[in-house]
Design a binder for this molecule. Structure first.
Ligand SMILES: CC(C)(COP(=O)(O)OP(=O)(O)OC[C@H]1O[C@@H](n2cnc3c(N)ncnc32)[C@H](O)[C@@H]1OP(=O)(O)O)[C@@H](O)C(=O)NCCC(=O)NCCS
Length: 191
């Protein structure tokens, strides 16, 4: 079943090919290329179409283990970011979370609004017991977002990500990666 979550300002929903132009615009950002897993920079319309196609294939897997979701700003009817719940492990009831927001729409609480809704969905509808995530140790905004929701820092993977982004003149740059986790009981005690 297609997922749709309504929040005050946002609609969190499955990606469709109609979102490709907005996705290409929003994701074509050096910060996203640097800090989000395998996102390339520059990020083209073709990259957006491929990402949406792959997320559709993953959606059909049973039981479903990956949710790549678009964040739509309702007042502009525009996709302004993506969140994902990935590697859903139905036996150990845990999943990873990843996220990014269009640079023009940062600092307005949209990422927090989406994250609150997706954590609630994960812990209640998907009955997860743990949601975990990672970020580069230099990614202050992401660290803030993990802390805001009570994620506990559980480790540092030294020089765990090596990035080469020729468009930014970056070659073999090593990043330490922080590991975060949030248990259902800790989330529910605060929300
Ligand atoms: C990480 C990322 C998603 C955070 O986005 P963000 O816009 O900074 O996060 P929020 O939406 O929670 O906004 C928080 C800020 O908005 C402010 N804000 C304004 N209106 C708000 C509202 N209605 N509700 C909550 N916060 C609001 C907050 O005070 C906060 O400001 P502060 O950072 O000065 O304390 C974003 O920086 C990003 O996409 N980065 C690049 C990709 C990336 O690094 N992804 C994570 C990989 S691990």
């Amino acid at each position: 079943m297609d997922l749709k979550i309504n929040t005050k300002r946002l609609l969190i929903c499955e990606l469709s090919q109609e979102d490709a132009p907005d996705l290409a615009e929003a994701a074509n950002d050096p910060q996203i290329g640097l800090f989000v897993g395998k996102m390339p920079f520059p990020f083209t319309l073709r990259d957006a179409q491929t990402l949406i196609h792959k997320s559709g294939e993953k959606r059909r897997k049973k039981p479903r283990t990956d949710y790549d979701l678009g964040i739509i700003l309702k007042k502009e009817k525009k996709l302004i970011g993506c969140f994902s719940l990935f590697r859903v492990d139905h036996e150990s009831r845990k999943a990873g979370i990843g996220f990014w927001i269009h640079t023009k729409y940062r600092g307005q609480g949209y990422a927090s609004e989406a994250k609150a809704a997706l954590l609630a969905y994960g812990f209640t509808s998907l009955k997860l017991n743990k949601i975990y995530g990672t970020c580069a140790s230099v990614n202050a905004e992401s660290i803030k977002l993990f802390r805001r929701f009570g994620f506990r820092k559980v480790g540092v993977f030294r020089e765990d990500r090596i990035k080469t982004l020729p468009a930014l003149g970056i070659k073999n740059k090593k990043y330490d990666i922080l590991s975060w986790e949030l248990l259902k009981k800790d989330f529910l005690s605060k929300h």
